[in-house]
Design a protein around this ligand. Sequence first.
Ligand code: PGA
Length: 316
Amino acid sequence: MAAAPSSLASSHLSRVADLRRAAAVAIPAVPQQLRIGCSRRRAQRVVAMAGSGKFFVGGNWKCNGTKDSISKLVSELNAATLETDVDVVVAPPFIYIDQVKNSLTGRIEVSAQNVWIGKGGAYTGEISAEQLVDIGVQWVILGHSERRHIIGEDDEFIGKKAAYALSQNVKLIACIGELLEEREAGKTFDVCFKQMKAFADSISNWADVVIAYEPVWAIGTGKVATPEQAQEVHAAVRDWLKTNVSPEVASSTRIIYGGSVNAANCAELAKKEDIDGFLVGGASLKWLLFVALKTPLANFITHFQISMVFKQDYVY
Ligand code: PGA
């Protein structure tokens, strides 16, 4: 497949011109104690969405936390006012999921960071989709670059996990993304499309899937993709879905961005039409995310507000 053509993004922009439009709205007041460090960012912000689902914000806590720090984080999430029309999901380490499920408000859903490829049994160290369902976990993150590149999971293995998790009604945050050398070699689209195909071959119900584009070079590095870089890939992935799955799936599937998202960069990213939310790693441990209300003022007009509020208590 050809390397990422920059014209793709602009043709896509015109394609989505009849979809959602965004308008600027002022950031709502948030409680003073939660507004630490963000007051200077109270500018007008916009979220635009080509995808037709709710804006989606996931917090991937990775292999971080203790009973105490997680209990504190959960208390703060419980105390936060989350607007109604945004999906918020957190992914604690397996060992703390039950603690989180038993203490977190039902307003926020819970994801696992991994799952076994099939039914449970003699698979030492694994956790099955049935077990996730048993303790009320609604989501699983699969294809994350840390599992692809550190653990060595390949597309086929990830695809099997995806198929089985979905068969057990565990919803999927399907991660894709290129390494720096792949981007530099002009292979960003090739890599993302190959990873998309492996997922698509395993997915029959797209209603339970969110795609997370996470360029590997941006994860945990502080080097966020520019809004234009992210939009270009998101638009291409949506076009890929249109061509290879269906126009309906292309328009309804949320494509979220991950990779060094924080309070300083989220608003600019969220303005891009094909960025339908975020998967946040490090900042989800030390920032509370407030993703505000979708207010339909007229047909096809959608307002979103985002405010991410700095919390310094969590070390990443
Ligand atoms: P980061 O991680 O926000 O720390 O870059 C994102 C992710 O891995 O999902």
